[in-house]
Design a protein around this ligand. Structure first.
Ligand code: PLP
Length: 368
């Protein structure tokens, strides 16, 4: 095999579900600034979170998100530790507080959110996709909404099953809380429909360990007294995420990635690119005469996580191994559902999806 020319060429097409690939342009910039952040005399990892340089990084990351989402003034952008999973608990502690809330049970991540909420009150399941093996999302009419619910929680994109809401569910004015971890900033949305939108950063916008939380101000009025400070949205909002040392590195990368998103034409621009990319793989599945079988009902196919099976587990193993040997990495489905999964978040270049399509066509020709 010819020797690889550069480090960049050694990078595989990375279909990991998360932590996932970051834009190469962002990584190159970060590499450039690793030893000395311009003007700071040290790396971003080595400067105070109260320094002027970090204050500008933090403000820049917030501003980019505000621009991308056209965020009105009555929303806060918080960067919190503990990933999206801690948000499952914080939502219960801050907004459920012994009461009831409506939860859509759409798959593995919704289930985890419901499990955490049970520790703080009564989450009512207002729709479940379990009987259909979580291959679709509900239509608005399917939701059994409760007038007394404190909020409605849903997961916009189930990363493991590969299903996505085409648009937000209609919840008749109830506060809508969304786990947007795996399709965050991948398409335009009307943020005014949300009371809260949160996302673990490690799929579309940054490294793991930081969650972006977008919270409407009126929600803060419901926060009970006495919560541990770091688990209290009011404390974190009043202190602009800086009650303690924040996840500085994560915020820095999010700033770079969101700037990159603005350069792609914002959410409208990235949505078009994402649709083209996903189309390449779904078309290959649809044109395979059943050799590849998609898991999701077409209308609810995820634009971020393409899940599919082949005729047998043995063939799937060969598919994954042969793909890896050709530089197409991490195509194994989640251990709970099996099969194959291609995660194609914002940073996956179209060339990666073209390479996967070509591989799938050739694999079918050789093994079909
Ligand atoms: C939709 C969704 N929600 C929540 C999580 C949990 O995120 P974290 O690992 O950051 O807690 C994930 C992680 O894969 C996810 O895909």
């Amino acid at each position: 095999m010819a020797e690889k020319e550069s480090v960049v060429e050694q990078r595989a097409h990375n279909f990991s579900a998360g932590p996932a690939g970051l834009p190469l342009a962002v990584l190159e910039e970060v590499k450039e600034e690793l030893l000395v952040y311009p003007g700071a005399g040290a790396s971003v990892m080595e400067i105070s979170h109260r320094s002027k340089a970090f204050a500008a990084i933090h403000a820049g990351a917030k501003e980019n998100i505000q621009k991308l989402l056209k965020l009105p003034d009555n929303y806060k952008v918080l960067f919190l530790q503990g990933g999206a999973t801690l948000q499952f608990s914080m939502i219960g502690m801050n907004f459920l507080n012994g009461g009831t809330a409506d939860y859509v049970h759409s798959g593995s991540w919704a289930k985890k959110a419901i499990g955490e909420a049970k520790k703080h009150g009564t989450p009512r399941v207002i729709w479940s996709g379990e009987a259909d093996n979580f291959n679709r999302m509900p239509a608005d009419g399917d939701l059994d909404l409760d007038a007394n619910a404190a909020y409605v929680h849903y997961c916009a994109n189930e990363t493991i099953q590969g299903i996505e809401f085409p648009t937000e569910p209609a919840v008749g004015g109830k506060p809508l809380i969304c786990d947007g971890s795996s399709d965050f900033l991948s398409r335009p949305l009307d943020i005014t429909k949300y009371a809260m939108l949160y996302a673990g950063a490690q799929k579309n916008v940054g490294p793991s360990g930081v969650a972006v939380v977008i919270l409407r101000d009126d929600m803060l009025e419901q926060v009970p007294d006495g919560l541990p400070s770091l688990l209290d949205y009011k404390v974190m909002a009043d202190n602009d995420s800086l009650y303690n040392t924040p996840p500085c590195w994560g915020i820095y990368i999010i700033g770079k990635t969101t700037k990159w998103l603005l350069d792609q034409g914002g959410l409208e621009g990235i949505e078009k690119i994402n649709r083209d990319k996903a189309g390449l793989i779904y078309d290959t599945i649809d044109n395979s005469g059943g050799f590849y079988k998609g898991h999701a009902v077409k209308e609810y196919r995820s634009q971020m996580n393409v899940t599919f099976t082949l005729g047998s587990e043995e063939l799937e193993k060969k598919f994954i191994a042969d793909a890896a040997a050709q530089g197409l990495a991490e195509l194994k489905g989640h251990r709970s559902v099996g099969g194959c999964r291609a995660s194609i978040y914002n940073a996956m270049p179209k060339a990666g999806c073209e390479a996967l399509r070509d591989f799938m066509v050739e694999f079918q020709r050789a093994n079909g």
